[in-house]
Structures are given as structure tokens and as C-alpha cells.
Design a protein around this ligand. Structure first.
Ligand SMILES: [Zn+2]
Length: 262
């Protein structure tokens, strides 16, 4: 039996990807649960910022932490709002300088269809694995989050920036020529990021999935605190079960669970 507060699964880029759930005093190699019956019980919640047993509002944080903690600032979801490069504080300038003033990439990923996204260099390929992308390719590598944000904003006029998670989980994404897509999008980039175009090759990611679901039924442990089922795959931050139930682990950050396998 494993017990603890859920955070997103940690991954190792192997073929297929290795997944781990890390708790305070133990960890689970999730791949070892494949083809086995897994029991999940939600027993409570614990905010990832204040550690209080509060109801989780978003991203593993209780409502007051979500609106106060520097790690949930609006510039996280909207990188173009980053202001640390101007010395302007949002919630905590030292934190924002540390996170925003480092190399970021803008990339293409294919998880459902082609999408554009932003991440820190240090999060490659973790970010792509978390999205369930089977192909990905960097477009530009820029020195801060603001430049990545305005690049993404310019490309959003032409490309999607969301993953359709149902299609991603059903493995219905297409195979695309990402190198050709990158060459074709360069003229659409803001002038100030043109010097930062990279030539890295595309990356393919292989997920441990024996059977993709035909329909997709989403498990919400806040509404239904107990579930048992045979795990048939792991893709992105989702567990896929034999009965077409899918469980978004990242969507349950801050929930406290008991986990076992038989
Ligand atoms: Zn809190």
C-alpha cells in the first residue's frame, strides 16, 4: 500500500517512458502496475503550497494559495505577461527572475493535432511527455519567458495551442513533417526572435500503452473517491484502464490517496 499527496508523475525518457509517483516517504514505479488491478482511494486533500487540508482549487493549490503563491502567477499560463526582464514584480520578483530569466523554447508538438507551446529548456522533453506528445520539435530557443510568450502568441494566430486530451488518449494523432512545419512558420515569427531559430531534429516519444481506450470515461476522485481497475497504459499524465476509464493524475495534484495493486 502506498499513501500520500499526489503530484504530477515524474518521468524518465526511455522507450517506452518510465513513470514514477513520488510521495513523501516512498515512490511507485507506475509501469510495474501495468496489466495489474489497481485500487485507488481518495482520503483527503492537502494544498501543495500551505500543506493545510484545504479543498483544492486549481493546480494542487487551495483557493487562497492559488491567488497568492508566486508559482501560480498569470504569466505561467500566459507567458507573454512575463515582466521580470523589465524588473517588474507580479507576486515575488526574485522567484519570477529565477524562472522567467532563463532559456525557453517555443515548440511544435503532436499529441492530438499539431500544437504550439512554450517551456523552459530544462523541461525538455518532460513537458512533451506530460502532454502525451508522440512527436515534438523546438522552433526557437530564446533567453527569457517573455520572448517565448510573444512568439507563441504570434503563432497562435495560425496554430492550435491546446491538446484535445480525448484524441491524445485514443492515439488518434496524426504523424506530421515537423521540420517542414518549422521551415514554413519562420516568416510568421516576430522580428526580435528571428535570430533564435534552432535546427534541432524532431523527437519521437513512445508511451507504455498496451490498449488505447475506445470511449473515454474520466475518473474524478473528488466525486467518486474509490476506483479499481486493470491498468492498460500510461500516456501524458493519464492512467488508462481496461474499462476505458482514464485518470488524469496531474488534475488530482493535492489530493491524498491510498494506492495498491493486486
Ligand atoms: Zn494553500
Amino acid at each position: 500500500m502506498f499513501q500520500g499527496v499526489l503530484t504530477k508523475m515524474q518521468t524518465e525518457f526511455k522507450s517506452p517512458v518510465d513513470y514514477y509517483l513520488v510521495f513523501a516517504d516512498s515512490f511507485v514505479h507506475v509501469n510495474s502496475f501495468l496489466e495489474k488491478k489497481v485500487h485507488i482511494t481518495r482520503t483527503g486533500s492537502q494544498c501543495l503550497s500551505c500543506s493545510q487540508p484545504n479543498e483544492i482549487f486549481r493546480q494542487g493549490f487551495c483557493k487562497s494559495c492559488f491567488f497568492e503563491t508566486p508559482s501560480a502567477g498569470e504569466w505561467i499560463m500566459k507567458p507573454e505577461l512575463s515582466k521580470a526582464h523589465l524588473g517588474i514584480e507580479d507576486r515575488d520578483l526574485a522567484y519570477e527572475q529565477k524562472v522567467q530569466l532563463q532559456p525557453h523554447i517555443v515548440y511544435f508538438a503532436v499529441s492530438s493535432g499539431l500544437k504550439v507551446g512554450v517551456t523552459r529548456d530544462t523541461q525538455v522533453p518532460t513537458r512533451w511527455i506530460d502532454q502525451g506528445a508522440h512527436q515534438a520539435l523546438p522552433i526557437v530557443e530564446v533567453p527569457n519567458r517573455y520572448l517565448a510568450g510573444i512568439t507563441e502568441l504570434a503563432l497562435k494566430a495560425y496554430f492550435n495551442d491546446k491538446t484535445n486530451w480525448r484524441i491524445m488518449l485514443q492515439n488518434k494523432g496524426e504523424a506530421l513533417d515537423l521540420v517542414a512545419e518549422r521551415a514554413a512558420c519562420i516568416a510568421k515569427l516576430p522580428t526580435e526572435v528571428q535570430p533564435y531559430v534552432v535546427q534541432d531534429p524532431p523527437l519521437s516519444i513512445d508511451f507504455p500503452v498496451a490498449r488505447f481506450p475506445e470511449k473515454v470515461k474520466s475518473l474524478n476522485l473528488v466525486k467518486t473517491p474509490e476506483y479499481s481497475g486493470v491498468l492498460t497504459g500510461i500516456k501524458g499524465q493519464y492512467w488508462i484502464f481496461e474499462d476505458d476509464t482514464v485518470w488524469n493524475v496531474r488534475g488530482h495534484e493535492g489530493q491524498v490517496v491510498d494506492l495498491s495493486c493486486s
